[in-house]
Ligand binder design. Structure first.
Ligand SMILES: [Zn+2]
Length: 265
């Protein structure tokens, strides 16, 4: 039976049903810290919060369950860098919110490459602010901590070839499997291929991570209007490596799956 039994009352009428539909919480952009947050609806302040979506009591009940290291499942759990713990499905204090690509199918009437067509309306592609970096992705609006983009699209290859020199390939290691995602062809990749790497660590505002054999990027520092998106890899992530950017090796984020809240869940 679904419901909460009130102790001492045997009358079935007294069972309070749990419908999972009650919307008591909000997923918001919190202007206090420029991050995605979960708050109780009664604390919503239109000056401080911008609503993203309603969360039911049930949604919130299942959030924030801490998982011990041994029980970690890369398909279900997230490691929160700030709390340094695993959660299923994610850390309630530091939730993530996935922004889908703008289109999933090519518009043949457009002159833009498919990769450029996938660019969410939040951004524009133009000459990078970094020297000799080619095109880059620039924020058109304020982008809060906790937004997630991806997965990185490209041709799946088993062998390393010349694409590797272009800086568009990711090496993915998932269990025993090992393969490359090659985004060098703009017709077979998506807009993430235009995001550059920073010159030094402080410039980094996004973190790349792997989950379920795919690469995603998430925002780790608020990105202000007209700032460029710059993706790097966490410094505290184990000893495995990804290969990117001219074949250099960088530390692979070994434990950072994300949860997709919203329509795609
Ligand atoms: Zn956390």
């Amino acid at each position: 039976m679904n419901g909460i039994q009130i102790p001492g009352i045997s009358n079935p009428e007294a069972i309070i049903p749990i419908t999972g539909e009650k919307k008591s919480y909000k997923l918001v952009l919190d202007f206090n810290d420029g991050a995605i947050s979960i708050i109780e609806a009664r604390y919503l302040d239109s000056k401080l919060h911008r609503e993203i979506q309603d969360l039911s009591d049930n949604d919130v009940t299942i959030l924030g369950t801490e998982i011990s290291d041994g029980a970690y499942d890369e398909n279900l759990d997230i490691h929160c860098d700030k709390c340094n713990k695993f959660y299923r499905p994610y850390c309630r204090l530091h939730p993530l919110f996935k922004i889908p690509d703008r289109v999933l199918k090519r518009d043949e009437s457009s002159n833009l490459s498919f990769s450029q067509q996938t660019l969410p309306i939040l951004f524009r592609i133009e000459e990078s602010k970094l020297p000799n970096a080619g095109l880059g992705v620039i924020a058109e609006v304020f982008i809060p901590v906790g937004m997630v983009f991806g997965p990185y699209k490209g041709r799946r290859c088993q062998k390393k070839t010349d694409f590797y020199k272009d800086g568009y390939a990711w090496l993915i290691k998932s269990g025993d499997k090992r393969f490359y995602i090659d985004g060098s062809d703009a017709e077979r990749s998506n807009w993430l291929r235009y995001i550059n790497s920073p010159r030094f660590e402080d410039e980094q505002n996004m973190l790349a991570f792997q989950t379920n054999g795919k690469i995603f990027y998430r925002v780790i520092k608020p990105i202000r209007i007209n700032q460029e998106l710059l993706v790097w890899y966490g410094s505290s992530y184990g000893n495995e490596f990804v290969e990117s950017e001219n074949g250099n090796k960088y530390k692979k984020p070994a434990k950072n799956p994300f949860i997709c809240v919203g329509a795609q869940r």
